[in-house]
Design a protein around this ligand. Sequence first.
Ligand SMILES: Cc1cc2nc3c(=O)[nH]c(=O)nc-3n(C[C@H](O)[C@H](O)[C@H](O)COP(=O)(O)OP(=O)(O)OC[C@H]3O[C@@H](n4cnc5c(N)ncnc54)[C@H](O)[C@@H]3O)c2cc1C
Length: 410
Amino acid sequence: MVGPVRHGAVTAMRKRALVVGLGIAGMSAAIGLRRAGWTPVIVERAPERRTGGYFVGLFPEGRRAAVDLGIAGDLHTRNPERKAGANTWSLDRRGRRRPALGFLDQPGEPAAVLRGDIETALWQSTTGVEVRFGTTPVAITEGPADVQVLLEHAGTGPQYRESFDLVVGADGMRSSVRRIVFGPHEDYLTTWNAMICAFQLKEQAPSYEAGDSIIIARAKRAVWVFGLADHAPTALLTYRTTDIQDQFSGSRVDRLRSVFSRMDHPVVRHVLDSLEEAPDHLFDSVHQVRMPRWSKGRVVLVGDAAWCMNLYSGMGATSSLRGGAALGVALREHPDDLTAALDAWEAGLRPFITRHQRTARLKQQMFVPSSRRAEALRSVLLGLARRIRGRRQATEAGGPQGRALSGTSR
Ligand SMILES: Cc1cc2nc3c(=O)[nH]c(=O)nc-3n(C[C@H](O)[C@H](O)[C@H](O)COP(=O)(O)OP(=O)(O)OC[C@H]3O[C@@H](n4cnc5c(N)ncnc54)[C@H](O)[C@@H]3O)c2cc1C
């Protein structure tokens, strides 16, 4: 349905879009659409907006998209203050702590946030956008001039049909829009034979400072603690397994205790004890979504629904912001040609997504090595990178004098 809307003295036809999902991708797309002159309506399956979440590193492309979307000023970041000694510690097999490179030391100097920080900033900019909680699409049918969506109130069950000019599926890795319009999950979800569990710690591990990060990366299992400036750290447990189905049976806490039982260290015990007391946690298998095309007619997918790179890439939130912002730009630049807009949007974004989907495999080895050999190699490479970085920083801090000194020593 295209409804007439008054713009001053002129009556214009505003196009309506259904955005499915109130996550980073959905809200970014809704803001982008509104800036392009569309009227977005967001439906969210959950009964209310979620808050909190796990540690997310936001890279320059994501920060630029936040500026483009006008939310950068509302985005609360939590990078711990840099110390002269170390912020990140790696524990070796004998339990000794060593200064290490952490997630925030990657090129691009990611901003440390919680997923909820990004969502809160986006939420503040979606004032005036209609949001229907507890609502989900059950059928999507495209006609010659619109797309008909059968919506259901989750839980109570009443269904109603509504017409839109565009449907944006931003409903995450196991997207219902993708299943309804493009086909079953198995056609698009690649399995990575790995599991994750992410949650907030009740407090920092004993004997570490509040903003410290801690990494224990062993063959096939790893424990990461992400220190934050003004918030309790969050933890990530990740392990490799080929029996994904089995991981979802029985008690999660018991399973994780059993998987990490060989890592008997006070930090691991602290993290596992915290899990039992955590108000919520995310426990899931790891996948990547691979699709040859992200749109079909008047239906387009964004964020994890379209290209979930997975947590190892560290680029999911960044790409969701960028994808939503770019969709708005493409629709603005092609106001009368939806196909041209979606083609231009995908052509502009695809190389960036493909690059990061590929590098995620390598980054997985950094998060959780696949073998003892990979564990040893990871340790050598990161040790080397840390020394090079230390030398570069010392040279930069020394200025011309430092450079002259290093020149004479050769
Ligand atoms: C542990 C972990 C660490 C991560 N670390 C980083 C990082 O460091 N850097 C980074 O950039 N990214 C990171 N990511 C990835 C990033 O969090 C995600 O890529 C991003 O949040 C995806 O956003 P989204 O909006 O596409 O999907 P989601 O966050 O999954 O949101 C989907 C929304 O749709 C709703 N929904 C689902 N189904 C329906 C339905 N049928 N009807 C209506 N609504 C529905 C859901 O309730 C949800 O609100 C990490 C992810 C994890 C799990």
